[in-house]
Design a binder for this molecule. Sequence first.
Ligand code: ADP
Ligand code: MG
Length: 455
Amino acid sequence: MFDLWTEAVRSIEPMVKPAHRDLWLRPITCVSIDEGRIQLRAPNRYHKEWFEDNFLPSILRDLEARAQRSFVVDFEVAQDDEVGPATVATPLPERIGAPLAPVSRPAPAPDLISRYTFDTFVVGPTNQFAHAAARMVADAPASRWNPLFIYGGVGLGKTHLLQAVGHELHRQHPDWVVTAVTGEKFVTDFISVMMSQKRGGISSMEQFRTRYREMPDVLLVDDVQFLSNKDSSQDEFFHTFEALYKAHKQIVLTSDKLPAELPGVEDRLRSRFTWGLIAEVETPDLETRIAIVKHKAEQEKLHLPDEVATYIAAHIRSNVRELEGALLRLAARASFQNQPVTMELARDALQKLISLAPTGLTVESIQREVAAYFDVKLHDMKGPKRHRSVAHPRMVAMYLCRKLTSMSFPEIGSRFGGKDHSTVISAVRKIERLCTEDAALRSVVNTIETHLRQP
Ligand code: ADP
Ligand code: MG
């Protein structure tokens, strides 16, 4: 079977410059091929990116033609900086004459992604509160803020913050058991335990409960929305929550929605989710996106001119994960061409990504959507009328323009019929503040935003 891979690689070699063969093709190894799955290994992430973009499609085409079937490719990265080693605590040696005082044993290092720490998290206005809440919980676990519930859209740093809490607690309390699980894993594990119980295996249920209800000093559950509509798992999770909560153990949860908006979650669980502290992460603004790109470049030891950082951040707006992807692609290109990162290189490398990025919303499209929602005339949005029926929608539109485009306050003002930037600033602040106080307005703004984001 391996021959299949070797031959497919050989088939594209004539098209590849010899230097590139050694540099880019040889280091990729095929670990296994079976049943339509190919497992490959790359020396690092740049290499994987580059290989996937440039060589994999042709190799796969050749291979699939030979084998007469399609394949799914899994990649593993040798220098994987992602998942820290799951070290197992070694029991302390029992020496004769050792002091009899109780010795706290180091607990196994939690299974966390090593780079998701507080140090690598860039704080800006849209995640400041969630960051502060996470820090607070890490410094004073299970005091007042239990559970901490972090919510927000994809790729905005929820998992990162959740894991940062785990790292910090492990650092401060090495003898604590920090258990991290995704909602999905909790559900699938529980279901498989139930199935095995039906076949007469009792012990696995005990193990499951020991693992989640008794052992943890801290339980981190990522993406709890996965529990939606999973009745029996929810029930199990409820009892897990109760047991830990009563034992004063810290619980941290993340979700893509607010507790109240989680569909198919029983009320008793929903209400428990709101007992502690709820913190939202939102799409970062331009300044924060620039800071994230720069920070990331520094971590990757990539020299990134300011204008390139701004270029990337201005064009990739939807979330941080895509921002990182863009930077990685650029880094791969620069290292491949053995060139410094320039604007020209950036434009070229990111062209494809940028055209795929969500079509930048315009002030006009936001004004139109808001006007339609409140049933006011579009030209009144831009006009001078101060009556509340017009002024209120106008403020909402200004707020959304600030949130969803990368325009500055003066630019937004000019598109609202030449309003002063201070008018825009106070409108944005006002809507921000009202949104925190007034659930109805918050929901209106969310609805309009969701509409706008739909392709
Ligand atoms: P979510 O769980 O909300 O979908 P993640 O936590 O997985 O998002 O974040 C996606 C990627 O973006 C991760 O690589 C994460 O490290 C990075 N990231 C998100 N927010 C920040 C931030 N504020 N500073 C630095 N990196 C961030
Ligand atoms: Mg996540």
